[in-house]
Design a protein around this ligand. Structure first.
Ligand SMILES: Cc1cc2nc3c(=O)[nH]c(=O)nc-3n(C[C@H](O)[C@H](O)[C@H](O)COP(=O)(O)OP(=O)(O)OC[C@H]3O[C@@H](n4cnc5c(N)ncnc54)[C@H](O)[C@@H]3O)c2cc1C
Length: 363
């Protein structure tokens, strides 16, 4: 019997596996495909990501450094307001490489990480959980004291444990051109229903064009418009898409199971980013949860919400601005543009001394 079976080895699953193995637990981590594939993420993160990585990772995975964002109310080529820092705001990284790196760290810590193993059922009992797994050698049942659902936005574990679904799933689409661009600004277009479109320079790795929108409109058509003749007018290859959960739900724990990362909708409502929130929550889970004591699941719920709930609540408020009438957006962007002191993962830093000093120092 394992202490933990971890379903899904993205950033959340890899991080939880590593920290739980470090704590001396027997961990089996199961990934349905190959690590990091298929790609459905921009890999645009704050520098905090390197705290979760090992030696040499930054040199291997960093593609570009970003100092700010140009916000457009309209599409490509339109006027913009510049928001920037004099230091690096965010990093553009190789996301597939990140997943492989984090999984390797989990292995080094002692977790058993298996690729091409799909979990097809989770049965929660009083004393243990039975996880059914389909792998290259057939179907087998695995017993564990606890199951960690780190299996992304459409989590099977969430469904089998009867845990509530996230409030909303946004639909994101990405495409990459082979333009070399070491620019230090991302472009953000507030033109999508309830969300936005973007252009991210990725250095030698090309330029990424992307968008996310609430379900309803045909996102592929919106993407064609973004990169087509009336938009950026570029040749885009390697298109991919994915879902972004926004929430989170009221509960992400059951009797012998819990969710971490996108499965728990631990994401930023105003950007959809979830790499760091998922890993921060994974650390809370590994620290708080004892597989022999289901009562400790409550401590995990409390700990991750304590750290992230206010940030997420404020993130929902920021996102509302994407749906304001265009003239109001223009006035708002103009008023707040210029040098900023905000941390991209912490919207509450808008109230920080650093940000207020930047803001008041203008004019
Ligand atoms: C278009 C788009 C752009 C994004 N850009 C950014 C960004 O720039 N920055 C950022 O921070 N976030 C971004 N995100 C969000 C980010 O990708 C997620 O928040 C992050 O991947 C969540 O990590 P996770 O480990 O929880 O889930 P995932 O990375 O989704 O990992 C879940 C893993 O579980 C596996 N799995 C699923 N079901 C099973 C099963 N039954 N059995 C076994 N394995 C299973 C999957 O194959 C997958 O590997 C973006 C998302 C999208 C869609």
């Amino acid at each position: 019997m394992y202490d933990f079976v971890v379903v899904g080895v993205g950033p959340a699953g890899a991080r939880f596996s590593r920290r739980a193995a470090d704590a001396g637990y027997d961990v089996l981590a199961l990934e349905q495909g190959r690590l990091g594939e298929p790609l459905a993420c921009s890999g645009h993160v704050s520098g905090d990501v390197w705290q979760y990585a090992g030696e040499g990772a930054r040199e291997e995975l960093l593609q570009n450094e970003v100092y700010g964002a140009r916000f457009h109310v309209d599409g490509p080529g339109s006027d913009f307001e510049d928001f920037y820092k004099t230091e690096v705001v965010s990093n553009v990284i190789d996301r597939v490489g990140l997943d492989r790196h984090l999984a390797e760290l989990a292995r080094e810590a002692g977790a058993e990480v298996r690729e091409e193993h799909t979990v097809t059922n989770v049965d929660e009992g009083d004393e243990s959980v039975t996880v059914t797994v389909r792998g290259p050698d057939g179907v087998a049942d695995v017993e564990a004291k606890m199951v960690a659902g780190c299996d992304g936005p459409t989590s099977r574990v969430r469904r089998d444990l009867d845990l509530p679904e996230p409030d909303e799933l946004l639909h994101g689409v990405l495409g990459f051109s082979d333009e070399v661009d070491h620019g230090d600004r991302v472009d953000v277009h507030l033109t999508m229903p309830e969300f936005f479109a973007w252009r991210i320079p990725r250095g030698d790795a090309g330029v990424e064009y992307g968008l996310a929108a609430s379900p309803g409109p045909d996102v592929n058509e919106l993407f064609d418009d973004l990169v087509g003749a009336t938009g950026y007018d570029v040749d885009v290859a390697k298109r991919c898409s994915g879902l972004i959960p926004v929430g989170p739900a009221d509960s992400v724990t059951s009797h012998r199971g819990f969710l971490v990362g996108d499965a728990a909708a631990q994401t930023k409502p105003f950007t959809g980013g979830g790499i760091l929130y998922g890993m921060r929550s994974a650390d809370h889970a590994a620290r708080e949860i004892e597989p022999d004591r289901p009562g400790t699941l409550g401590a995990y719920e409390a700990a991750w919400r304590d750290e992230l709930a206010t940030e997420i609540r404020l993130g929902h408020w920021i996102r509302r601005a994407y749906s304001l009438p265009e003239p109001v957006q223009r006035v708002g962007l103009k008023a707040f543009s210029g040098e900023i002191g905000v941390h991209m993962d912490r919207p509450t830093s808008v109230f920080s001394r650093e940000h207020l000093a930047s803001w008041l120092g203008r004019s």
